[in-house]
Write a protein that binds this ligand. Structure first.
Ligand code: ME8
Length: 667
């Protein structure tokens, strides 16, 4: 049976869990769930990185004893993941005995093999990222030399006795390894970056410090503590127990380390070199380091104040964990930089979750309830071209999802699934079971059976396909379909699916909508609950550069032909008088000159955006052939066109760009 071992970085405990660390962990969880669905023996590891100068300083700044500090901070990480529906198999801490023993063992092996030697280190060090730099690599500013990577903080000059790791000895072997294993660093752009760095020459690495104590003691020389990256990287090994243990034999080497681009070099150069030095053969090295991009928030860098409004647990409370997971995986092409935008989250929620998936579920169950209630049998035999096409689209979605997850492209797996969801909605429009039911003929009855059976089967497939990303939603959908939650078992591939249209409607349980629409009022409430208005609204996001930001996927209303469109008679009119409809804050009664003998009365729901006085004299576009209706007792003959805005108080009228004679056709 295939097995799959995947990891996230272990996070520094001087910080709290935030959207950036949640992002990597959510992707890892979804990927782990995909492998569990396939029946693979899966192990998903995360944890905390608790040693080093930075942590020692953070504890001192708080006036807390270091061990107490790391215990509390590590617990905060452990507690952060379950509310996001993250189910890791293990949580490793670098202060645990099991870890320390394995790290010291790895050190000894490197030393015995002649790759660790004693000397004096003199050079530049960034405590922020616990990295060594040469002067050439630093950013020169009037304030001094700053770290070129994530932290942009001043570096320190360090001079102290140190053990060195002979990194220079691995230049050629690393380059050969990258050549022979082109998938080791992914995406390819990152591989090129690493290869050119290594080709530029590798210097030996200082791997111990004597100027502070908070670290793993160097075996045989306890004045030194180990360099925190030697310690931290080894978590991927130590969490499996000592080499030779059963977990180690079952899962080593890792299938993928998911990491952000900030820690690329540590994982793709230092880590394989440490293992090579300890005697690991190429085939025993990790199989892949997948490097993802950086998230910004509403177009801005993740500063502390901005991070508060995307505090992951708070987001999960407001939107539901699965919605946050869906949005993050859907919005960002995994590997690329991306932006977390609240407005975009709500946009995707409304269009892709409420209008697409939620609507498919609700309308299918609604139709079943109306046309085939109380567990009626759904006879087979009347399946035709439309049904075959949808079954084919389901198979395409399944294969597309599998291929995308295998390539660690969750955004594409979601995309494949949503192509199917849209196709299923279109299928219901086209097959029109309500019209078949009206025929009251044996053929019509058989068609209704076939259509409902097909729609229900599509929903079953969808409930499986979305499970890695939205496990709770999958369960809720399956409850409404009368099915048990997905519970993957090792050795059973849930994704081997057969197309078996449903044979009856028993067990269907129409529940509350899984995705109630977020309207303007709810959005305002959400923004207040998250404290967004204060933080984000003040700093207007930078304008989005065309083509740079991924755009929302727009769900079209159902497709129409030109003939359908030509049925619409749109005309230019001019508002000649206007007043509010009593007792309504929204409705305006407008008299509109449309070139007819007398002005027409049109009642429009635009009163929160316009005053009656402001409208008089304006040209507007009117749906001229709309069936008359009564609104709050007032007759209305037509409709004024307006484009939606942030809220009902932000509508924009659609009018000709230059004045036109009244009654002119718009097409
Ligand atoms: O580097 N966008 O820990 P760390 C996307 N302890 N991902 C982000 C992010 C953002 N804005 N901010 C953080 C360390 N991340 C070491 C790792 S591993 C042996 C030791 C994610 O707490 C991303 O995965 O600084 C990044 O690599 C990681 O958090 C850094 O976490």
């Amino acid at each position: 049976m295939a097995r799959y071992y995947l990891t996230t970085p272990i996070y520094y405990v001087n910080d709290v869990p935030h959207l950036g660390t949640a992002y990597t962990t959510i992707v890892a969880d979804a990927l782990a769930r995909y492998h569990r669905l396939r029946g693979h023996d899966t192990r998903f590891l995360t944890g905390t990185d608790e040693h080093g100068q930075k942590i020692e300083e953070a504890a001192a700044a708080k006036g807390v004893e270091v061990k107490a500090f790391v215990d509390a901070a590590s617990a905060a990480f452990r507690a952060a993941w379950p509310p996001l529906n993250i189910e890791n198999d293990d949580f490793v801490r670098t202060t645990e005995r099991r870890h320390i023993e394995v790290v010291q063992d790895l050190w000894r092996k490197c030393q015995e093999n002649g790759f660790i030697y004693e000397g004096t280190y003199e050079g530049l060090y960034c405590v922020g990222c616990e990295g060594y730099y040469t002067e050439k690599e630093l950013t020169q500013t009037p304030a001094g030399m700053l770290c070129p990577l994530g932290t942009h903080k001043p570096v320190e000059r360090v001079k102290e006795p140190s053990f060195f790791f002979k990194l220079s000895a691995f230049e050629k072997r690393l380059l050969d390894f990258y050549e022979k294993n082109p998938g080791f660093v992914s995406p390819e752009s990152r591989r090129n970056e690493v290869m050119s760095f290594v080709k530029g020459g590798l210097q030996d690495l200082s791997v111990s410090r004597t100027s502070f104590k908070w670290g793993i003691p160097v075996p045989g020389n306890e004045k030194h503590v180990m360099y925190v990256w030697f310690d931290a990287l080894t978590n991927y090994l130590s969490a499996l127990g000592a080499p030779g243990s059963s977990l180690h034999s079952r899962f080593w080497p890792p299938d993928v380390h998911l990491v952000g681009k900030d820690i690329l070099r540590f994982h793709t150069i230092y880590w394989p070199a440490f293992l090579m030095a300890a005697g690991y053969a190429d085939a025993e090295l990790p199989r892949k380091v997948f490097v993802h991009g950086w998230l910004t928030i509403n177009g801005q860098k993740m500063s502390k104040s901005l991070r508060n409004v995307v505090e992951p647990i708070k987001l999960a409370e407001v939107f539901g964990a699965d919605v946050v997971r869906f949005y993050l995986l859907r919005e960002v092409a995994f590997g690329q930089d991306g932006d977390f935008s609240h407005a975009q989250l709500i946009n995707r929620y409304n269009s892709e979750l409420a209008d697409s998936l939620g609507n498919l579920l609700n309308r299918t169950l609604g139709l079943c309830q109306k046309l085939r209630p109380s567990g009626a049998a759904l006879a087979r035999g009347a399946e035709g071209e439309l049904e075959q096409k949808l079954a084919e689209q389901a198979r395409t979605a399944l294969l597309g999802s599998i291929a995308s997850w295998d390539e660690i492209a969750p955004h594409r797996a979601i995309d494949s699934t949503w192509v199917l969801i849209r196709a299923a909605n279109k299928y219901i429009d086209e097959s029109a079971p309500w019209a078949e039911a009206k025929k009251a003929s044996p053929e019509g009855t058989a068609r209704v059976d076939a259509i409902l059976a097909t729609a229900l089967e599509t929903l079953r497939w969808i409930s499986v396909l979305i499970w890695p990303v939205m496990p709770d939603v999958s369960t809720k959908i399956r409850q409404q379909l009368g099915m048990s939650a997905i519970a993957p078992k090792q050795g059973e591939d849930v994704l081997v699916m057969h197309w078996e249209p449903r044979s009856d409607t028993s067990g269907l349980a129409v529940g509350t909508p899984v995705f109630p629409k977020i309207d303007a009022d709810r959005q305002a409430e959400i923004f207040t609950a998250l404290g967004l208005s204060e933080v984000v609204a003040e700093k207007a996001p930078e304008p989005v550069k065309p083509g740079k930001q991924p755009r929302a996927v727009i769900e079209p209303a159902s497709e129409i032909t030109y003939e359908d469109f030509a049925k619409l008679d749109l005309r230019v009119g001019r508002v000649v008088s206007c007043e509010r409809v009593p007792k309504s804050d929204k409705l305006l009664k407008c008299m509109i000159d449309l070139g007819e003998p007398t002005p027409r009365q049109v009642v429009a729901g635009i009163g929160k955006s316009f005053t009656p006085e402001g409208l008089v004299g304006k040209q507007v576009t009117v749906v001229f052939n709309l069936k008359p209706a009564k609104l709050m007792g007032q007759e209305s003959r037509g409709m004024i066109l307006a484009a939606a805005g942030e809220s009902e108080a932000d509508l924009a009228l659609i009018a000709p760009e230059k004045d036109r004679p009244v009654g002119t056709r718009v097409k």
